[in-house]
Design a protein around this ligand. Structure first.
Ligand code: AMP
Length: 110
């Protein structure tokens, strides 16, 4: 298995897990870009959002909303980001959604 996130799902590589159900896993990003930086991924492998059905993207988004609430971000706001493809800055070819938020973090930066 070459896919990094499939290996995390399989438990072959450790992760800081924050949520798991039958179809979704969420864990803290190893190189956080904000006080809260969580990755939400489907357990089924899709290279990117281009291959994933709407139902999967919907489940990821609902999970992100729940995690935003448990991280205390709902009122202050947060970002959900899906980088896609080379020019979209996608470095891991397993669909993932970034949940970013926390003190001083927002858009535009600063
Ligand atoms: P992207 O650039 O959108 O493909 O995002 C990939 C993200 O995966 C980056 O933010 C990395 O810091 C993160 N990442 C890479 N390896 C790991 C890992 N082993 N555990 C947690 N996050 C990781």
């Amino acid at each position: 298995m070459n896919c990094l996130f499939c290996r995390i799902i399989a438990g072959e590589i450790p992760s800081s897990k924050v949520y798991e159900d039958e179809s979704i896993l969420a864990f803290r990003d190893i190189d956080p870009q904000a006080p809260t930086h969580i990755l939400i991924i489907p357990k089924e492998h899709y290279d990117s959002v281009l291959e994933a059905p709407a139902e999967v993207i919907g489940r990821m988004t609902e999970t992100a909303k729940q995690l935003a609430a448990s991280e205390g971000l709902t009122e202050r706001g947060f970002r959900l980001v899906i980088n896609t493809g080379e020019e979209g800055g996608q470095s891991v070819k397993h669909l993932h959604m970034h949940l970013l938020g926390g003190r001083g973090f927002g858009w535009p930066p600063g």
